[in-house]
Design a protein around this ligand. Structure first.
Ligand code: HEC
Length: 292
């Protein structure tokens, strides 16, 4: 006859599982101060006691039917403390005489296979894992808990909000405040690809609009190259296809600062694309820019 698990162990297990499940859905330990939680713990405890009382009745009935020898063995085993009994059962090894009974009838290279009972800790872990998996999949599919997509969306929105808040407090970039920074070149390249490449071509080599990589400039309202580009993009060139991107409200000051950094970079940090390499011929006068 099997020994029964003491009721306090069952209550501990129930309470532990309740904590895990409550945490899964509440996502903080605030439920410890909730009456619902303690209510379920108490109900769980009462059920465990009822279960144990019924178990006692059945145990008594079964015990009466045992032979004297079996009764003695059962009582002796019952004296071993619960945890020690669990430990012994969990790490129990089959004795050699038992091995004969559990030998599976095949082998290879002299290796025999035994139909050993799985250790209890292993089986326990397996069932815990299975139960956890079911709860987790449920929580993942139908609640917001531990969903990477939901977490990503939330954080993304927060980031966007903080960027918007930052930009709102930031004075708009103007011709006076604009500055060249290498960090803006990549963003400027994107602005260029979207808005400028149709006329100034790939890499600014020129097409409908002039070559932006050489040192010939038709429009030179400013003394420094970066400011000059900012000025032209903001105000355009009246009477030509080059519109006033800033004044017309197509690009923000930040966009213009970025694209001006990009134009500066292809003009100053790279070699000019000559007509021989597919660049547009010089347009305007040779420039003599002041240092940045
Ligand atoms: C619809 C065609 C078109 C588009 C799009 C365009 N440009 Fe232009 N751009 C021109 C033309 C044409 C000129 C020459 C104006 C002139 O004759 O003075 C010019 C001139 C310029 C100049 C001055 C060149 C010089 O030699 O004086 C700069 C700098 C410039 N564009 C940058 C840009 C940037 C940056 C963008 C994108 C935001 C852009 N352009 C988009 C057609 C265009």
């Amino acid at each position: 006859m099997k020994q029964r698990t003491p009721v306090f162990v069952n209550i501990l297990i129930i309470t532990g599982l309740l904590i895990v499940f409550y945490y899964l859905f509440v996502q903080s330990y605030s439920f410890f101060s909730s009456l619902y939680f303690w209510g379920t713990v108490i109900i769980g405890g009462i059920l465990a006691y009822i279960h144990s009382a019924i178990g006692d009745l059945i145990e008594n009935k079964k015990f009466a039917k045992l032979s004297d020898e079996e009764k003695a063995a059962y009582l002796a085993e019952k004296k071993i403390p619960f945890l020690k009994r669990q430990y012994m059962a969990a790490f129990k090894k089959q004795s050699e005489t038992e091995e004969k009974d559990i030998l599976i009838d095949h082998g290879f290279d002299g290796i025999m296979e035994l139909d050993n009972q799985l250790p209890k800790w292993w089986v326990g872990l397996f069932w815990f894992g299975t139960a956890f998996c079911i709860v987790y999949v449920f929580a993942f599919s139908f609640t917001d808990f531990a969903s990477p997509i939901k977490e990503y969306e939330k954080e993304y929105k927060e980031q966007e909000a903080s960027v918007a808040a930052y930009l709102e407090n930031q004075p708009p970039v103007t011709l006076e405040s604009a500055e060249f920074s290498e960090d803006n070149i990549a963003a400027g390249e994107e602005v260029f690809k979207t808005n400028c490449v149709s006329c100034h071509s790939e890499g600014g080599r020129g097409g409908i609009g002039p070559n932006l990589t050489d040192n010939f400039w038709k429009n030179q309202p400013e003394k420094k190259l970066f400011k000059n580009v900012f000025h032209i993009v903001e105000n355009g060139v009246t009477g030509t296809a080059m519109q006033a991107w800033g004044k017309n409200g197509v690009l923000t000051g930040t966009d213009i600062q970025n694209v001006a950094a990009y134009v500066y970079s292809i003009n100053q940090l790279k070699k000019p694309i000559t007509p021989a390499e597919g660049g547009a011929p010089p347009y305007g006068d040779e420039a003599n820019w002041e240092k940045q």
